[in-house]
Design a protein around this ligand. Structure first.
Ligand code: ADP
Ligand code: MG
Length: 499
């Protein structure tokens, strides 16, 4: 008997050159309030420098911050969406540091007691591609999410040998969302960031515009030998696209492993990713919390959030993507994969539901949205809001496939016609283009008989056991009907005749 112990690796362990990757995220989501977190100045993006900074944002002496209720409400919504504890009492603190775009000399943030505590982001990782792929469920724990103000911006372009300061962004409300170091690779990290992005835009607390800096991710990356203590991390700052995120983390992992393999220790540092070179480079060594001399801001009382406020916010919240996906599985019989794809945004989900309810064919509607419609939108680099086909038109199209009026192929032609001429109706187009399938069995039988008579060789081959000969016959019949024969009917008839 063979009693050798099998060397079983834990399934989830993803090793790169014998190292385990560990990643934790800090994300700054700009909250979608009209005015700033502690002042009445507007937050709109793209204004002339220093036209949207008031006395409070400029840190003029004698000014006092006043909490923006809308920012707090958005933090509560986020906490409820990800299953966090909403602190009844949280505290604003001053984080002291000098930088030209921070005239106060400190940033108002939350330190010891943040407003949102714990919670988790759950998402699916796709192994393989397309409908046949396997979805693996992941959960990344959140440590906290706290409210803080953004700093201004230093402008280097347009200034030779000088730096400009724009304080429009000073005081813009941010929610900083911090994870446990729960991610084990760059794909997982990107999937986390995409899910977080989906949640904040879905509940509408952040516009999610990454180019404009409304959603900025810092990735803390370290590597270690399996089972060893956590390695020293380096923090990649301000990743502003998912593509850069993946590239930056992959580069950082390879760089750290090379350093360790060459016998050098990793120094904790803050690094920047350069998309032009695809490399990360150290910007500064990392400060410790002690360097910031945090202390409670004497200008702001503790933030008190009563249970009734939390419950009011909860009652008004929209259905969350994960909950909606579960409902799609239960109510419409969709697979987890399809339900996840169809809840990628609120707009896609609403489009799907409208079409599915109008024709009662959720599975087919889902396939058309994820297939033909997505493909056309991707080509145009557009999203569902730019889709020229209305949910009612898609429902009509799917009904005509379902009731046998047209084939899938003909339906694609109708879709093309509608795409460029959205005023048309499905039925009128089917009529005008002569796309109706031949469902009349007498007419079909005539074509089948004619094809069988004209192709005795194929018939003989089929009867001799060559099943491929059947395809040739089906092809001839479809051709004879100008593509209008119903393929299922053709098959059934043929088998019956050849039996
Ligand atoms: P700081 O307050 O100095 O920014 P934190 O302890 O709050 O440090 O951690 C910041 C982020 O770094 C968190 O997302 C955390 O999960 C992550 N992190 C901490 N240690 C590691 C590590 N060894 N490797 C990767 N990520 C880490
Ligand atoms: Mg931090």
């Amino acid at each position: 008997m063979n009693t050798a112990v099998q060397d079983k690796k834990p399934a989830a362990q993803l090793l790169v050159q014998g190292y385990e990757v560990v990643i934790g995220f800090e994300t700054h989501a700009q909250l979608s309030t009209q005015s700033k977190i502690f002042s009445r100045a507007p937050t709109a993006f793209g204004a002339e420098p220093n036209t949207q900074a008031c006395a409070v944002d400029l840190a003029l002496p004698g000014t006092l911050p006043v909490m923006n209720k809308g920012a707090v409400e958005r933090a509560i919504e986020f906490g409820l969406a990800v299953g966090s504890h909403i602190a009844e009492r949280s505290v604003f603190a001053r984080k002291n540091y000098f930088y030209p775009d921070l005239p106060k000399g400190y940033q108002i943030s939350q330190f010891e007691i943040p407003v949102v505590q714990g919670g988790a982001i759950e998402f699916y990782l796709e192994n393989g591609k397309g409908t046949g792929s396997v979805l693996e469920k992941k959960s990344v724990r959140l440590v906290r999410a706290h409210l803080e103000e953004d700093a201004g911006k230093s402008l280097h372009e347009d200034f030779i040998g000088q730096t400009g300061i724009d304080l429009n962004r000073a005081g813009t409300p941010l929610l900083e969302i911090v994870t446990e170091p729960d991610m084990r690779g760059s794909s997982e990290a990107v999937a986390y960031a995409k899910e977080l992005h989906k949640i904040v835009t879905w509940i509408g607390i952040c516009d999610g515009n990454m180019q404009e800096g409304s959603f900025r991710c810092d990735a803390n990356v370290s590597v270690r030998k399996p089972g060893a203590e956590l390695g020293t991390r380096r923090e990649i700052k301000n990743l502003n696209s998912f593509k850069n995120m993946q590239q930056a983390i992959d580069f950082e992992i390879r760089w750290q492993i090379e350093e360790l393999e060459d016998g050098r220790a990793i120094q904790q540092a803050t690094v920047l990713f350069n998309p032009d070179t695809g490399e990360t480079r150290a910007m500064r060594t990392k400060e410790d919390a002690a360097d910031y001399r945090y202390f409670p801001d004497p200008d702001l009382p503790p933030l008190m959030i009563g249970r009734d406020w939390v419950e009011r916010v909860r009652a008004e919240m929209t259905e969350l993507p994960r909950v909606m996906a579960q409902r799609f599985v239960a109510d419409y019989g969709l697979s987890d994969y399809d339900a996840t794809a169809l809840t990628q945004s609120r707009e896609v989900a609403a489009y799907f539901e409208a079409a599915a309810q109008a024709c009662g064919q959720p599975k087919l509607v889902g396939n058309w949205i994820m297939g033909e419609i997505s493909r056309r939108l991707n080509l145009a680099e557009a999203d569902i809001s730019a889709c020229p086909i209305t949910p009612a038109q898609l429902a009509q199209l799917v009904s005509r496939i379902q009731d046998g009026t047209i084939s899938n192929n003909a339906a694609r032609q109708v879709l093309d016609a509608l795409w460029s001429e959205p005023q048309g109706t499905v039925d009128a187009l089917i009529e005008a283009k002569g796309l109706k399938q031949i469902n009349d069995s007498d007419a079909l039988e005539k074509i089948v008989d004619a094809v069988l008579a004209a192709n005795p060789k194929n018939v003989e081959q089929y009867r001799a056991g060559n099943t491929k000969a059947l395809n040739a016959l089906v092809g001839q019949i479809m051709k004879g009907s100008q593509g209008k024969a119903n393929p299922q009917q053709v098959n059934a008839l043929l088998l019956q005749k050849l039996a």
